[in-house]
Design a binder for this molecule. Structure first.
Ligand code: SF4
Length: 422
């Protein structure tokens, strides 16, 4: 089995082959990626921004592909819908180097835009959402293509562990304690991508953490759950109590926003004591009506209360980030500005999160109606950085909003102990 990570920041050939600047890496495995400005697709020619490829350069990818002696099959994954040009380019290069090898495309883009992927990607097979819960579909296909492929593992969700050991270097390990989310926010693809809310046994999760820590010296673990704190008393709380008892010096991260409504005193204390470094809360908006339209993820006063619990547990203002949605259909600049001010007033730090219209979400129809682009025919227009559901003046206004959020963050950073600087 061979893995090529196209976002590999440790690839040694990149420095030798390209003139690109080495990406800046920060603490806990965060930081920048290799980046190269490339010609804009014609569909985006009117957008006043540059267009870049992130990750290893094509010549390095080709070099990596040549290291693999005629593979039996090549699996390509995909993420955001509007990143499909990179996926297509990768498939093209794969076919140039290994012309007779079947290519299977899966992942998020392949799931959300299956028709587009089947018509345009040139993959031999497109499998929408095998995910953690439908590995059978993928395995049956592999079995057909490679009859003697040794699939002996038990086919269960989260088993076997992801093959991080095939990476050049493991800086941190991504974890899932659950899949899916009990909520159904209208802008979110989680209900479509992972329709069932499924949780792992806390002990099983702990064993996975022990495995990576013991065998690979991993200290940093990033949770990518959609609903990490749901029913924490019976789930993640049990895991975190185990971490506390073990006395292992681990660090945890939660780049996906946590649910405000699930933060109480006990879980705030556990998060702090077990080594969570940066908390991210999914606030989205402080506007009462918009919050209701977005599914009312939290009630009035709950954000203030959750920030208070986190502060009492020991987190500083800078460590408590709140995601603020920008660019929703019908949302005004003022609503965003007021939310940024509100976050600072309550004692947290705002992070703008640009809205990307996603097929199969409840909000998709409205997004298609209000957008200045033809979202339905071209996934490039789902790109959040072009603010597809706001008018063309958005770029200027959003710069002001970004500045506001940055200033609030700078202020919060002033009192941050040096040890917590990223
Ligand atoms: S709470 Fe978060 S993960 Fe769940 S549906 Fe809403 S946005 Fe998606």
């Amino acid at each position: 089995m061979h893995l090529i990570d196209c976002l590999d920041v440790h690839n040694t050939s990149m420095g030798k082959i390209t003139q690109l600047r080495k990406p800046i890496r920060r603490k806990y495995g965060t930081g920048k990626f290799w980046k190269q400005t490339v010609p804009k697709p014609p569909q985006l020619s009117t957008i006043p921004r540059s267009y870049s490829r992130y990750g290893i350069a094509p010549q390095v990818f080709i070099e990596e592909l040549k290291k693999v002696q005629r593979p039996a099959a090549i699996l390509v994954t995909s993420l955001m819908t509007y990143w499909y040009p990179g996926v297509f380019e990768a498939i093209q290069l794969v076919k140039d180097i290994h012309p007779d090898v079947p290519v299977i495309l899966g992942g998020i883009y392949a799931t959300l835009c299956t028709g587009h992927a089947r018509s345009n990607s040139h993959a031999d097979f497109v499998i929408p959402s095998p995910g953690q819960f439908r590995p059978m579909e993928l395995y049956q296909l592999i079995d057909k293509i490679i009859p003697d492929f040794p699939i002996k593992e038990k086919l269960e969700p989260f088993s076997p562990y992801p093959a991080f050991d095939l990476l050049t270097k493991i800086d941190y390990v991504c974890l899932l304690s659950s899949s899916g989310c009990p909520l159904r926010c209208p802008y979110c693809a989680s209900p479509y991508l992972s329709p069932l809310f499924f949780r792992r046994e806390p002990l099983e999760l702990f064993e996975e953490v022990l495995f990576w820590h013991r065998d690979y010296d991993i200290i940093d673990f990033a949770f990518y759950d959609d609903a990490l704190l749901a029913d924490s008393v019976n789930h993640i709380g049990v895991f975190l109590e185990g971490v506390l008892e073990s006395n292992l010096a681990l660090r945890f991260h939660c780049p996906n926003g946590l649910h405000i409504t699930y933060i109480d005193r006990d879980i705030a204390n556990l998060l702090y004591k077990t080594g969570f470094k940066m908390i991210r809360l999914g606030l989205e908006t402080s506007d009462t009506k918009l919050n209701r339209d977005l599914g009312r993820k939290f009630s009035e006063g709950e954000f203030d209360r959750s920030v208070t619990h986190l502060k009492k547990a020991g987190f500083t203002t800078y460590q408590i980030g709140a995601y603020v949605l920008v660019g929703l259909p019908g949302q005004t600049y003022d609503q965003v500005a007021e939310t940024i001010t509100y976050v600072g007033r309550v004692g947290a730090t705002p992070y703008l999160s640009e809205y990307s219209p996603i097929p199969h979400t409840k909000m998709w129809k409205e997004a298609v109606q209000v957008s200045r682009f033809d979202l339905g025919s071209e996934p490039l227009f789902h790109n959040n950085t072009i603010f597809p559901c706001w008018n063309a003046d958005a770029f200027k206004e959003v710069s002001k909003l970004k500045k506001m959020a940055q200033d609030t963050r700078k202020e919060a950073r002033k009192n941050l102990p040096q040890a917590l600087h990223l």
